[in-house]
Write a protein that binds this ligand. Sequence first.
Ligand code: ASP
Length: 345
Amino acid sequence: MQSRLRTLMLCGVVVWAGCAAPNPEGVVGEEPAAKERPAADSAEEVRQDWAIVVHGGAGTPPRDMSDERRQGYEQALLGAVAAGEEHLAAGGTAVDAVELMVVLLEDDERFNAGKGAVFTHDAVHELDAAVMDGSDRSCGAVAGVKTVRNPIRLARLVMDRSPHVFLIGEGAEQFATEMEVERVENSWFDTEGRRKSLERALASEKEEKHGTVGAVALDTHGNLAAATSTGGLTNKRFGRVGDVPVIGAGTYADNACCGISGTGKGEQFIRHTVARSIAARVQFEGLSIDEAARRVFAEHLDDGDGGVIMIDRAGRIGMHYNTGGMYRAWADASGTRGVAIWEQE
Ligand code: ASP
């Protein structure tokens, strides 16, 4: 319990830094966690023009990771943020920005989404994704797709071009054909690292790596959006689907409160409707996103379950996790930007 609290407190420092003066190194100052921050309503007048936060999964990133490897992750996350920033600064929408950023992370094989997705028990890939537009709570999700290069694009099409919100398996593939999205052989998603992970999992060695990707944005029109994409869990069976495409569990956005993308143990996020529970506490209890996340994690999740990235309607950025680390990067219109994997020193 003590280590969890410590992680959360330190994480709170990062969040506050994201709302304070520009801090290029992402290094943080005084710990303000004891003082509850104002809810979005009371800070409307200081609303950021735009804000972005992305994640590349929560888990136990090895502390002895080589500099080259760490920099590779950081550049990938910052590259996605830069693309989102360019889009938002030009007046683009939050929902386009989160889709764009997630496509970039799906195409990067470091992450467990799109290319580089984990293997199922049967040594194939089954991908899940969801997007939500906070301006009208429209949303789209897909689960168990096997040949769609960028599942987040298909989720977006479910939202925009179908009367439904959630398509799975064969039906989702059929919809992909009708929408003429880019298709690939299932083996196109293969990577050596993920195959080894499956081998270790099959040999019953503990396999704790994550790498789901997600993005949340607030645009200059005041609209929030969230998107998440994943290969799920290594060695998953029986058509298992996690929280990512379940609206309210791993993905949620509503202009009334905040946008959220989660990563971690999907079953836990579904059981406790983590994203919507945080959003509801912001909306109905007037809590800040940080405090709402802290309470939901403390009351419902176990140490090591995962993390969330969040933006409230004033453009404040929150990042909260109870794992060893969470790959993440952020930026806003005031010039604040940063990237981090572990808690800040
Ligand atoms: N939440 C994802 C799932 O359960 C996995 C992850 O975030 O690593 O499918």
